[in-house]
Design a protein around this ligand. Structure first.
Ligand code: 9MR
Length: 338
């Protein structure tokens, strides 16, 4: 066996941070060998979102999540939970009451009862939680994204969700999670939001930086600035959903505008190695790095971002083999003595 194959991603990073990926009920079967060898933390890709957990008011369907939770525990992986309060994957009925839009009080009560049931069921099973996900607007105008939560409760829906989460999950680290964190104006909005929360005494422990990066719009200087800025707030940091898209965020063309060239692969490698390197240098505050998927045969980019196109954005390839750049990341970690 190749000597580099001996050390796994998580072993190589043991003194820095945990390494993991999002899991689905299919990927734990298909990618079992990779997960067991390389990862020591995990998050459910979809199974712990509101809709999969509570598709109808008061009707809870925990089976899929339970399978992922059990798998993570059987394999000694720390588990993150993700992401109830979001503008997606929440059934429309949640926002209605007797055929009319729900009142502020009613909707807060719904957050309370969902959170209570979730925490009672998964008590002691997860250590960190993206409570609110992607609440920031990407476009000029208001800082907060338009959503039913904002419309029906008001801007304090975010603070309220964290207070409720803390009440029912006192021992869990609570995270705010968002993307395009390397884009300066988005980063400023994210910083403003979480600073405000901390000033108001909202129970927030950590920042989830999604790291859905791409070789066109993302650069390492901006990424480091982002990590530095959130570290300065005293928050723990998790890189929560990393993948490296070889196309621009604006390029959603199928068939592809260009095949993935060697040059594009090299840029993907630079971003992967560079972001892991930044995380090692900030490992006093970075506790975990997770990719959004295990291997290139199952990635949301090919399924949803630009359906049918290949993006090859992960650490393991279509055939579930380790990539050269992943071996490089392992070597970088072994060599690192900063
Ligand atoms: O990868 C997830 C995909 O399977 C779902 O259909 C989608 C909607 O629930 O969510 C995807 O995951 C998203 C994550 O939860 C939050 N950040 C962006 C991710 C990619 O869209």
């Amino acid at each position: 066996m190749d000597a580099r194959e001996m050390v796994s991603l998580s072993e190589a990073h043991k003194k820095f941070f945990q390494v993991g990926a999002c899991l689905s009920n299919e990927s734990i079967k298909r990618h079992d060998a990779i997960i067991k060898k390389h990862f020591n933390c995990a998050v459910a890709e979809n199974a712990m979102k509101w809709g999969p957990i509570e598709p109808k008011e008061g009707i809870f369907t925990f089976a899929e999540a339970d399978e992922i939770v059990k798998y993570s525990h059987d394999n000694q992986m720390a588990l993150r939970a993700h992401a109830p309060i979001w503008h997606m994957m929440v059934p429309d009925d949640v926002f209605m009451d007797g055929g009319k839009p729900a009142s502020r009080e009613h909707l807060i009560e719904r957050i309370d009862s969902h959170t209570k049931a979730f925490c009672e069921h998964f008590k002691g099973q997860f250590s960190s939680w993206d409570v609110v996900n992607e609440a920031i607007n990407d476009f000029p105008g208001e800082d907060l994204r338009q959503s039913k939560w904002l419309e029906l409760i008001g801007p304090d829906y975010i603070d309220i969700a964290y207070h409720i989460a803390r009440q029912y999950a006192p021992d869990v680290q609570l995270f705010y999670n968002d993307y395009n964190e390397f884009v300066p104006y988005k980063r400023e909005r994210m910083l403003k939001l979480v600073k405000g929360m901390l000033d108001r005494g909202v129970p927030l422990d950590g920042m989830g930086l999604q790291a859905h990066v791409n070789i066109v719009e993302c650069n390492l200087d901006e990424y480091e600035r982002t990590v530095e800025a959130f570290a300065a707030l005293g928050l723990r940091i998790h890189i929560t959903e990393m993948d490296v898209n070889p196309y621009s965020l604006r390029d959603r063309v199928f068939p592809p505008s260009s095949p993935i060239t060697e040059e594009m692969h090299q840029k993907q490698e630079q971003l992967y190695r560079g972001i892991f390197d930044i995380c090692r240098r900030y490992s006093d505050v970075v506790d975990a790095v997770l990719t959004w998927g295990v291997a290139d045969d199952m990635t949301w980019l090919d399924r949803e971002f630009c359906a049918g196109r290949e993006h090859q954005p992960l650490l393991f390839d279509q055939n579930n083999n380790i990539k050269k750049w992943t071996e490089q990341i392992i070597e970088d970690a072994m060599r690192y003595n900063g």
